[in-house]
Design a protein around this ligand. Structure first.
Ligand code: SF4
Ligand code: SF4
Length: 368
């Protein structure tokens, strides 16, 4: 049976929690004289209080514990969501550079092509260190996701792919189920050895960037990312087997999604009133639909002119060039847009609105 540890940061110091997790999963013996990759969520240049990226206090505690274990080499790094972001700047702003205590590395610098078992692609580029590391510690964040409902351990491993190439994968896998399959294809390139989820400050609503932050005060750890994500989903008040990422993981026998079959150390509390992304009937239809129905049932983003700073990140990140600068502000070309919501994920100012389906219908009728 897989095991998940739920630790409360109000009861114990973060460093004590990490030390305990290392003991339970026998990390010391596994990392001695080994090359270790610590993979946080460094989606973009967001300060820790935005709740978008991994809390630097957890990274600091992991690095210090690894140093005690006498690992040969420790590298802390992630590929951000866009090639247009400067990795060092992200590391500084998120607090990860200081927290890494000399172990930060720009893992986008050296990449390698790998063959992949996938119905969508035969090969792709990933950071070389992912292939070289003897031990990988995945450090995702407890957050919702407007497209995939949750973003946790599975989705954090999407970051082994360098910047802009990630968004392009949306063009191969249009439905949520298909996109879940491609995410699991990538997860299986290098299944992490240990997962330590930052649930100190989580995100609810329309995550993973512009949702609402929510204090959860937990660190959740497991040697199985699927079980970990299932526990996160349950804490959000969701049934794990309704989430495509976990459905595909279960079909592939990658881990346990049935909570009753997971050993839980600590208290599994459903977070009262936790808001998950819009899950209307049409949203549910588009999850499994073919491209035409998916397109009909999908909403298209709108730019809020009051918040937009015309930084053009949404234009740079769009995988199908559907976002263009027209009349001063970016605007979506509805015919081109594939509703991947990468623009929302990468907008630093929360200026992208994902309308409800009736609102979207109104915009369609107005010809917007
Ligand atoms: S919508 Fe957001 S990402 Fe796009 S230009 Fe405006 S502020 Fe930048
Ligand atoms: S406009 Fe936004 S949602 Fe539409 S395809 Fe581009 S990035 Fe994706």
């Amino acid at each position: 049976m897989s095991r998940v540890i739920i630790s409360d940061v109000r009861n114990d110091e973060i460093s004590e929690i990490i030390k305990n997790v290392f003991e339970i999963f026998g990390v010391k013996e596994k990392v001695k004289d080994k090359k270790v990759l610590v993979k946080p969520n460094l989606l973009g240049p967001f300060p820790p209080e935005r709740g978008v990226t991994t809390d630097p206090r957890i990274i600091s505690a992991i690095v210090q514990e690894l140093k005690k274990c006498k690992s040969k080499e420790i590298i802390v790094g992630d590929n951000s969501g866009s090639i247009h972001f400067d990795p060092l700047k992200i590391a500084k702003i998120t607090g990860i550079l200081d927290a890494s205590d000399g172990c930060y590395g720009n893992i986008a610098r050296e990449i390698v092509e790998v063959k992949i078992e996938s119905e969508f692609i035969e090969k792709l580029f990933i950071s070389k260190i992912v292939k070289e590391a003897d031990y990988v510690i995945n450090v995702p964040k407890f957050k919702t996701h407007s497209l995939t409902t949750i973003t946790g351990a599975i989705k954090n491993m999407f970051g082994i792919i360098p910047g802009g190439k990630k968004a392009k994968l949306h063009t191969f896998a249009r439905s949520v189920k298909k996109f879940a399959e491609i995410l699991l294809d990538i997860y299986q390139i290098r299944i992490p050895d240990l997962n330590i989820m930052d649930a100190i400050i989580g995100m609810e609503g329309a995550g993973p960037t512009n949702g609402k932050i929510r204090a959860i005060n937990k660190i959740i750890s497991s040697d199985n990312g699927i079980s970990l994500d299932s526990i996160m989903a349950a804490m959000m008040g969701l049934k794990p087997d309704t989430i495509e990422l976990l459905q595909v993981a279960k079909e592939r026998n990658l881990g346990e999604t049935d909570i009753s079959n997971i050993i839980i150390d600590g208290e599994l509390e459903v977070i009262s009133g936790f808001k998950t992304p819009n899950n209307s009937i049409l949203q549910r239809i588009r999850r499994t639909a073919g491209p035409h129905v998916f397109n009909f049932a999908s909403v298209k983003p709108i730019v809020n002119h009051n918040k937009c700073k015309i930084c053009k990140k949404c234009i740079e990140v769009c995988p199908v060039s559907a976002m263009n600068l027209t009349n001063k502000f970016p605007e979506v070309d509805r015919k081109k847009c594939i509703s991947c919501f990468c623009c929302d994920e990468h907008c630093p100012y929360g200026a992208i609105i994902l309308p409800s389906w009736p609102q979207d219908l109104y915009y369609r009728l107005k010809g917007k």
